[in-house]
Design a binder for this molecule. Structure first.
Ligand code: HEC
Length: 153
């Protein structure tokens, strides 16, 4: 768990995460949901880099990253969060039991993410100021869920 701390901290600041090859869980559901998260962070790294001026604004590159992120955000995640895969019951996961105590609230966070990533995909190819606003909103959708449902470092 701690081995991925650096990658997670980088993702949290919208930098490119390192790939999460270090996880050791053999549970395909946990592997799949962490892969979804890491692929989103990978694309958010491009958008965040442009928003912060570390990567020059490029409308086509921004659009591609945002469209991919939206597609990944909206894949069927129904089987990825089975009962008994919280961090008290399973290894190599930071998913808090709060998810299963409040599945409706958790799903609402996924819905908020889908709305924000759709807006991001629409905004990405326009101009830098619009991209910056959308990235802030999208980052809020990630962080809002993490704050409640993901174990802190
Ligand atoms: C609906 C809630 C929710 C939303 C929205 C969400 N996450 Fe997560 N995220 C989680 C949970 C829960 C975990 C812990 C999963 C685990 O360890 O099994 C996690 C884990 C992660 C990880 C660590 C993956 C690993 O290898 O351990 C990264 C990186 C991440 N999220 C990035 C993002 C980004 C970027 C966004 C927004 C584009 C986002 N997340 C949106 C709930 C969410």
């Amino acid at each position: 768990m701690f081995r991925t701390a650096t990658a997670l901290a980088l993702a949290a600041t919208l930098a490119l995460p390192t790939l999460a090859g270090a996880e050791e869980t053999s549970d395909p559901n946990i592997i799949a949901r962490q892969a979804q998260m890491n692929l989103m962070a990978y694309n958010l790294g491009v958008l965040g880099g442009m928003a912060q001026g570390r990567i020059p604004f490029d409308a086509a590159m921004a659009s591609a990253a945002a469209t991919s992120l939206h597609q990944i955000a909206t894949i069927d995640h129904g089987r990825m969060w089975p009962e008994g895969s919280d961090n008290m019951s399973a290894d190599d996961t930071r998913a808090l039991p709060a998810i299963w105590d409040d599945m409706a609230g958790f799903e609402a966070r996924y819905a908020t993410l889908a709305t924000a990533s759709e807006a991001m995909a629409a905004a990405a190819g326009t101009d830098l100021a619009t991209l910056q606003g959308a990235v802030r909103n999208l980052g809020g959708a990630c962080g809002g869920c993490h704050q409640t449902y993901r174990q802190p470092e």
